[in-house]
Design a protein around this ligand. Structure first.
Ligand code: ZN
Length: 167
């Protein structure tokens, strides 16, 4: 393990949050290190349930999600690591409150698909597919958006849905 230092999560207006991330092509030790840094940020950082590699300045298509953290009563798959994830099916619509480590001052009500099916690769490059619903589906959609430079504030339907966090 060694002594790992917590990487800083990028916040707006850092332009890297607006860039398209690149697909992972090499499944090596460098990839593993990026994933470890992401998981450390989720566990010891400001308490997120998901993080995307570009939030740490790594412009690659990797996300980690863990909806078993905190007090979420929804059904979930525990810790997920998704390399090159793609939504292959989505259905339904639901409104829910979202925030983001990269947009620390705001929360908003955002419309997302209720159910998603995602295909992705693991650390070894093996392909997997899973279906998620409810809050976990929301977190997955939020994190995948980061890979295309999209933030939850872009999906807010009305300014009235945007709420400034209390300091
Ligand atoms: Zn986010």
């Amino acid at each position: 393990m060694g002594c790992k230092t917590l990487k800083k999560v990028l916040t707006l207006p850092d332009s890297r949050l607006r860039q398209q991330s690149k697909p992972v092509k090499v499944f090596d030790g460098a990839l593993k290190e990026i994933v470890e840094a992401m998981q450390l940020s989720m566990e010891q950082g400001p308490g997120g349930v998901g993080i995307a590699a570009p939030q740490l300045g790594e412009m690659l298509r990797i996300v980690t999600v863990d909806c078993s953290l905190g007090q979420y009563s929804c059904k979930n798959h525990g810790r997920l690591l998704m390399v090159n994830p793609e939504i292959t099916y989505q259905s339904g619509k639901a409104l829910g409150r979202e925030g983001c480590l990269s947009v620390p001052e705001w929360v908003a009500t955002v419309s997302r698909s209720k159910k998603v099916t995602v295909s992705y690769q693991d650390l070894l490059g093996e392909y997997h597919e899973l279906s998620a619903t409810g809050f976990e589906a929301r977190v997955i959609q939020h994190e995948l958006d980061h890979l295309d430079g999209v933030l939850f504030i872009d999906r807010v339907l009305s300014v009235h849905d945007l709420v400034r966090r209390m300091p």
